[in-house]
Design a protein. Sequence first.
Length: 218
Amino acid sequence: MSELYQIFIGSMIVAFSGATAPGPMLTLVVASVAEKGFWTSFFIVLGHCILELAVVISFVFGILKYLENPILLKAIGLFGGIFLLYLGSNILYSVFKKKMRVDFKSAVKKNSMNRKSTFVVTLKGITISLTNPYWYIWWISIGAAFLIKSVQFNAAGITSFFIGHISADFIWYLFIGFLVSTSRKFFNQKIYNGILIFCSLFLFYLGIKFIIDAAAGM
């Protein structure tokens, strides 16, 4: 049970590090919520998670069976660890160079959503991920490394990984949707930077762990 809990928490925190960094998803959520209201944030993330579920299923029933080569497994762990260190360094650099600044004070229009707009927004959540090069890099490196560790615990491990991963997306982007839709001002740049720094330090820890685990079997 403790291993499954670690998979869940690790997956969630790593996902937070990606979700909190300003990018296409954040831009889409802020713009869509400003135009149509809070619930657009939910359906954007829903689309994103549907796509990621498809990726997890393809890994488990397709790609993973080709990753049984010990050398390849170590290479993925090593590459994933290096990429985590790069990502953590990049986040810290951007924070201290004041490159990660986001304006949450968007004007909000109280428009209602119908069935058609719900489908369109969900589709946008899928499309925004497919058009983001970083998304592919994340799944090839970090995502693959996590899945290889999770699959050791069969369906329970994979489920823990996926739920932890999508929980971070839902928590963060629904929070952003709430802030934008209510125009709250308590969430300032300093708090945002604090979250980013915490995530970057955790990435350093996890990256080093991945590298050590991979090197230990060489």
